[in-house]
Design a protein around this ligand. Structure first.
Ligand SMILES: [Zn+2]
Length: 332
């Protein structure tokens, strides 16, 4: 039996494979996406593992974030393709996860069964397709508590667009978001017809430029501090995109401030003052989506990630046992 568990450092270990954390003696490291809590120990994996597997977009962005993965170890695996590791007796496949650009679910098959790890995801049924027929499923349960329920994403994006239009009619807006989420929202705003030029901070801009190689192009995107960006600033009609951490120390009253957070529930938007808003735009499944994902996948055993899920993981495992009749444990 390969077996699957989550160790204290957050590595999802499936036989000889460690996902989103390093585990010594593992042959292969898989990275589901670039968020910090999923790239833990990647330097060590790059030295000690035989392969580092991720989607082409994730490898591109890891490179941008400064991870040095030796070329001979770097395996780019597109959605739906399989890597067969003969001497380890496993096949690894990555499937699309709706989260940030490049995100993937991981499916590992061996002669003794099939295992899957969801990684971070949202949009169950419409965008993220749960793996079918797996024996053991490991899930991220960030919102594994029934109080974590959010209005549907379309409703939230609609409200966000309305808010931005209203604010932009008065003054420029600074939007605060994490890497990946920012690029997703910039692309979405263009789809919704928000045309104001976007000025991005250096890292956000560089990540967006890397994504252009994969056809994800944000129109009218400028790098802060450049001549073009300064001209736009003088005109006074633009959206500035900054890292989420800057929201706490916002000072500039020349712009309105809108932060995208995963920790607002029940309402799409919270108003702090007439110039400052928090929007419930999350990259994680809420409670109902999470339950739907597990119901669809119907694994024989569910393993709930208690490193990223915290205390809710144990409660969620209990809920799955009782309400869905699926055997479930929380690790570690
Ligand atoms: Zn994430």
């Amino acid at each position: 039996m390969l077996g699957a568990y989550v160790d204290k450092a957050g590595a999802v270990v499936i036989g000889p494979i460690c996902v989103d954390g390093h585990r010594s003696k593992c042959l292969i490291r898989v990275v589901t996406h670039i968020h910090q809590d999923h790239t833990v120990g990647l330097e060590r994996s790059s030295r000690e593992c035989r392969y580092v597997v991720a989607t082409p977009i994730t490898h591109e962005l890891l490179d941008e974030l400064g991870f040095m993965i030796p070329r001979r170890k770097r395996v780019e695996l597109g959605y739906g393709s399989t890597l067969q590791v003969l001497d380890a007796g496993v096949r690894i496949r990555l499937e699309y996860a709706h989260h940030i650009p490049g995100s993937a679910q991981v499916i590992v098959e061996s002669d003794d069964g099939a295992y899957a790890y969801s990684g971070d995801f949202k949009g169950v049924g419409t965008k993220t397709v749960p793996p079918k027929g797996v024996d053991v499923l490991v899930v991220d349960a960030t919102y594994g508590d029934p109080s974590f329920r959010r209005p549907p994403e379309e409703v939230i994006v609609d409200e966000l667009v309305k808010l931005l239009r209203r604010l932009l009619s008065r003054k420029p807006v600074t939007l605060y978001a994490y890497y990946g989420k920012a690029q997703e929202i910039m692309l979405m705003l263009r789809e919704y017809g928000v045309d104001a030029p976007i000025i991005a901070s250096t890292k956000h801009w560089r990540i967006a430029k890397r994504l252009e190689r994969f056809g994800l192009v944000v129109r009218d995107l400028l790098l802060e501090g450049t001549r073009e960006a300064n001209e736009v600033v003088r005109d006074g009609w633009f959206i500035k995109v900054d890292h989420f951490s800057k929201f706490r120390c916002r000072r500039n009253s020349m712009t309105a401030h809108v932060a995208l957070t995963g920790w607002l529930f029940n309402a799409p938007i919270r108003c702090i003052d007439s110039d400052t808003y928090v929007v419930a735009f999350s990259d994680h499944a809420d409670f109902d989506e999470l339950v739907g994902y597990i119901e669809d996948a119907k694994p024989r055993l569910l393993v709930v990630d208690a490193v990223r899920g915290g205390a809710t993981a144990r409660k969620f495992a209990e809920y799955v046992r009782e309400a869905l009749g699926i055997d479930a444990v929380a690790y570690p």
